[in-house]
Ligand binder design. Structure first.
Ligand code: GLU
Length: 467
């Protein structure tokens, strides 16, 4: 039975690298008709926050990476962990250590001075007297002989000698259990078959394997996926721009674009770039994830996003688009948005840009860009043409694209001018210079009353600025 889990610590944003791990866990579970679990690793109560947990839940749900069963919160399992630690103490698998932080510092300094690797020296491994005033930690008795060998699905065979590892802490002096301990108990009790996580944890794995053996648990398989880098080759961080998955939602990316992008970042299937959810499930193989870190490329994400923007119907896009229109304070009725979307799917790479490009639809220009106005508004001649066009639009029996197109043509022909003489100023009058579709569409979308008013406003402007 295949079971994977995503086990984030709620101590900040849900990093886009974490999302890729979650995607790989989700895919692997779904491919094998298995189970995908979500565990919130909130043992560090000073750094864990409810809002960060909420970001994790919202982020995964936005992306459609639904988990199976209840969310497990480690903070609710302290009594259980404690019971196991007490049993380990009783069985001689773990022991109290009364070293103070100062003592540990001095130990490390002395080791460094001797040219040795700094580590706990095992002072209390074979017992010792409590030190008054010191709350002891509990340490795991790591084996001293032999080595730990495991076959990582991404990194291949990894072998570490036990002499390289010290007796790590499983319960802090304040009584809270540590990550390396809880993760083993939970992965074992949740019967995780494959642990997929970031390779920043790879040094923890041999210690955890020793703990599995000590507790008589079955050891899962492991797949450590590489970090995501920024364009400068350093680990992707806020310095490089957005790293929180919800920032991508706010920037106007579609969930399928983000997932497709993250899937390909570190894994490939020939040179295929676009993967539907079905194709992801069909082709993804955790064993083929590249072991080298990959760099984040915003342009490629934007390209994918536009691909998905174009592949949706207007009806599918209206709901997420409305959130962006609202955020940008742009009020448009639903019919206008629906009519406008098809004309912007080619012109915008994100929903945010699409919303911004639609701003002119709901509001007459408050000014005209100087250069464009100089080019398009040519005094009385232009004013007369715009007036003429406005009258023709007023007279149309049906205000639709085909009729508007006819009105523009008639205006051009009857006045014996080139198309640009009418088209350029009319477009500027209606949009104020915003990116806009075909002229007939541009004159149709805001509705007749608004368009006629805008043409008249431009005529007034031209007349005032003539001299
Ligand atoms: N809670 C750990 C983290 O957020 C992940 C642990 C794991 O996947 O084993 O880094």
């Amino acid at each position: 039975m295949t079971t994977t889990r995503f086990a984030p610590s709620p101590t900040g944003d849900l990093h886009i690298g974490g999302v890729r791990t979650a995607l790989y866990c989700w895919l692997h579970a779904r491919q094998h008709q298995g189970t995908f679990r979500l565990r919130i690793e909130d043992t560090d109560q000073t750094r864990s926050t409810q809002s960060s947990t909420q970001v994790i839940l919202d982020g995964l749900s936005w992306l459609g990476l639904e988990h199976d069963g209840e969310v497990v919160y480690q903070s609710q399992r302290f009594a259980h962990y404690d019971g196991i630690i007490e049993q380990m103490l009783a069985d001689g698998l773990a022991y109290y250590c009364w070293c103070t932080p100062e003592e540990l510092d001095a130990m490390r300094e002395a080791q460094k001075a001797r040219g040795e690797k700094p580590r706990y020296n095992g002072k209390y491994r074979n017992g010792g007297e409590p030190v008054p005033g010191v709350d002891p930690v509990v340490r795991f008795k790591n084996p001293q002989e032999g080595s730990v060998v495991f076959d990582d699905k991404v990194r291949g065979r990894i072998s570490i000698s036990n002499s390289e590892m010290d007796d790590f802490i499983i319960r802090r002096s304040d009584g809270s259990p540590t990550y390396n301990f809880c993760v083993v108990v939970d992965d074992a009790e949740q019967e995780i078959s494959l642990v997929i996580r970031g390779d920043d944890h790879i040094n923890n794995t041999p210690r955890q394997i020793n703990l599995y053996h000590a507790l008589g648990y079955r050891v899962p398989e492991f797949a450590h996926v590489p970090m995501i880098l920024g364009d400068d080759g350093k680990r992707l961080s806020k310095r490089h721009g957005a790293t929180n998955v919800l920032d991508y939602r706010n920037e106007g990316y579609l969930p399928e674009a983000v997932l497709n992008y993250l899937l390909r970042l570190g894994w490939s299937h020939g040179d295929q770039e676009i993967f539907s959810r079905e194709e992801m499930l069909q082709y993804f193989d955790i064993a083929n994830v590249h072991s080298a870190a990959a760099a984040f490329n915003t342009e490629k994400l934007r390209w994918l996003n536009q691909h998905y923007l174009k592949s949706h119907t207007a009806e599918n896009l209206i709901q997420p688009l409305q959130a962006h229109l609202k955020a940008a304070d742009i009020a448009l009725d639903e019919a206008t948005i629906l009519a406008a979307i098809p004309h912007y799917q080619e012109r915008a790479k994100t929903l945010k840009e699409m919303a911004e490009n639609m701003r002119w639809l709901g509001q007459a220009p408050s000014e005209y860009p100087e250069k464009a106005a100089q080019k398009a508004f040519k005094g009385e001649a232009t004013a007369n043409l715009l007036n003429d066009l406005a009258e023709r639009l007023q007279a149309l029996a049906n205000y639709d694209e085909a009729s508007i197109h006819g009105a523009i043509e008639a205006c051009v022909t009857d006045n014996e001018v080139g198309f640009g003489k009418v088209g350029q100023p009319a477009r500027l009058a209606v949009t104020g210079g915003a990116p806009s579709p075909d002229l007939a569409v541009t004159l149709c979308l805001p509705g007749r009353d608004s368009v006629v008013k805008r043409l008249q406003q431009a005529v007034d402007y031209i007349n005032e600025n003539k001299g």
